[in-house]
Design a protein around this ligand. Structure first.
Ligand code: MG
Length: 366
């Protein structure tokens, strides 16, 4: 099973409501779609969204990394020697984690199809069903409370609230307003997306603890590079602290784990560079007794299907943040994971289980 062709296309799918965080506002989910064709006819799919403020990867840089660097090196190589293929993929070019992730998921799609197994079972098959949280974008307290109530009404019992965009007292008022509106049976996790510095984060989280707002965890309170600050927050509050933007690579995961700088790690394929390295992060976290969440960028059901296969295969992945496809106005994918409210069931067919991807905008092609 040799790599015969590696094609890239662009897609753009509008969101039904803009997604707002401390870092950015997204109205359209753009992506580079990868189609990997093997000489035995097996086709694998992958997706990489451009998230310039997080990964630094743009549509053009993703296409260029794949077409100019990755494709020439991998064409004609046997996918069955996949350890060799993944070592190549990660040594050919530094950074460019989104491009690597898109190619990585297409390779795993082909491998699992070759073995006639759904990908999550090819990877270990720990569970068959996942439950996603739903994200409340940063808006006025009134709007956020209404949005939260709407999602609860739709059956979501874990909400992820975006904070860190304005001053901390405004954030606390927003959470209070949301708690008043939805009560205390619903889990609330916060994501500051690097919006605070460590002293302010400690003060804010302690205040929320004093007010008994029952926050399950706080994601990435401080800037990505500030591992000491992250540790300070983790050490000084009761609430669980999760590293997101601070952990892209297995090496960064090791540093955070070894120094106990966070209680939890959010793994995203676009940060890790795909499933191969995401497995290494999850393995290390397991050794340190640390649970992981698997999350995503604003991706279509294609990228999330790959992330869900990985998440379902791991025992220590205990939290799932896969709401992005639910924010999109269109679905470009046939096959893949199936949503039933907050519940996600894994496909029964082999590989990712993706039958077809409709492409709305053609990119550079192959
Ligand atoms: Mg996050």
């Amino acid at each position: 099973m040799n790599i015969h062709q590696l094609e890239t296309f662009r897609t753009a799918v509008p969101l039904h409501t803009p997604f707002k965080t401390a870092l950015r506002t997204v109205k359209v989910a753009e992506a580079v779609v990868v189609k990997l064709i093997c000489d035995n006819g097996i086709i694998g799919w992958g997706e990489a969204p451009p998230t310039v403020v997080i990964t630094g990867d743009s549509l053009s840089s993703i296409e260029s990394a794949i077409q100019q660097v990755i494709k020439p090196a991998l064409l004609g190589k046997s996918l069955l020697n996949y350890e060799y293929i993944f070592q190549q993929l990660h040594s050919l070019i530094v950074h460019n984690s989104s491009a690597k992730a898109a190619v990585d998921m297409a390779i795993y799609d082909c491998l699992a199809q070759r073995c006639n197994l759904p990908l999550y079972q090819f990877l270990g098959g720990y569970r068959q069903e996942l439950e996603t949280d739903y994200t409340v974008s940063v808006n006025s307290a009134k709007e956020m409370a209404e949005d939260a109530a709407t999602y609860v009404k739709k059956g979501f019992d874990v909400l992820k609230i975006k904070v860190g965009k304005d001053d901390i007292s405004t954030d606390i008022k927003r959470i209070q307003r949301i708690r008043e509106r939805i009560g205390y049976d619903i889990k609330i996790r916060l994501d500051a997306n690097q919006g605070w510095e460590s002293k302010a984060a400690v003060k804010a989280i302690r205040k929320m603890e004093d007010l008994d707002l029952q926050i399950e965890l706080v994601e990435q309170p401080v800037p990505a590079h500030d591992i000491r600050g992250l540790k300070r927050v983790t050490d000084e509050v009761e609430t669980l602290i999760m590293a997101d933007e601070s952990v892209f690579s297995p090496h960064q995961a090791f540093e955070v784990l070894e120094t106990r700088s966070a209680d939890l790690i959010n793994i995203k394929l676009m940060k890790a560079g795909g499933i191969y390295r995401a497995q290494k992060i999850s393995d290390m976290a397991e050794l340190f007794g640390v649970e992981c969440m698997v999350g995503s960028m604003i991706e279509t059901r294609l990228g999330i299907t790959a992330a869900a296969h990985f998440a379902a295969s791991r025992k220590n992945v205990t939290r799932f943040d896969f709401d992005a496809p639910l924010m999109l106005a269109e679905d470009i994918v046939v096959g893949g994971i199936v949503y039933n409210g907050r519940r996600i069931s894994m496909p029964k067919s082999s590989g990712l289980g993706i039958e077809r991807v409709s492409v709305s905008i053609e990119g550079e092609g192959n």
